[in-house]
Design a protein around this ligand. Structure first.
Ligand SMILES: [Fe+2]
Length: 154
């Protein structure tokens, strides 16, 4: 079977992406799984109804996940997390762009190049956001609450 040319843009979670907060890491893993399911459906030229379902399935979890991170920022604001405004603006921009892609990808046959562009955007966004923004939140939470990094409850 020939290699899928887009396989490399599938999102793979590794320990290097850990933000040192188990709950957030677990949510990133779930997000990657939902993103990869959508990528698979796009590659397979799935029916519009299936793409719509998978986009909603992803969007719903993205909103929940961003809400979760933002709750941490608000709840522990008194401990001095300096990046909250910028962090939340990245979240808002992602949701806006995801919705725009959704409109373009669900409707008419988007074509391989456009699908590739979407996948590259998605891949780059998560790699950059986790590395440069979420890890900062993780370091802040970890310094205030070291137990958030524990894999097992006490
Ligand atoms: Fe984030």
């Amino acid at each position: 079977m020939p290699a899928n040319p887009y396989t490399k843009s599938m999102l793979v979670w590794t320990d290097e992406l850990s933000v040192s907060v188990v709950e957030i890491d677990d949510q990133h893993k779930e997000l990657f799984a939902r993103i990869n399911r959508l990528f698979g459906a796009l590659d397979a030229s799935a029916a519009e109804v299936e793409l719509r379902t998978l986009f909603s399935f992803l969007e719903e979890y993205v909103v929940k996940h961003f809400g979760n991170e933002e709750r941490y920022m608000q709840d522990y604001a008194m401990y001095g997390y300096a990046d909250a405004e910028h962090h939340q603006s990245e979240h808002r921009a992602f949701i806006r762009d995801l919705r725009e892609f959704k409109i373009d990808l669900e409707g008419t046959d988007p074509g391989a190049l456009f699908i590739e562009e979407f996948k590259r955007w998605m891949h780059n966004w998560w790699m950059m956001h986790i590395e440069h923004v979420d890890k900062g939140l993780g370091r802040f939470l970890q310094s205030a609450f070291p137990l958030l990094g524990r894999k097992q409850p006490l």
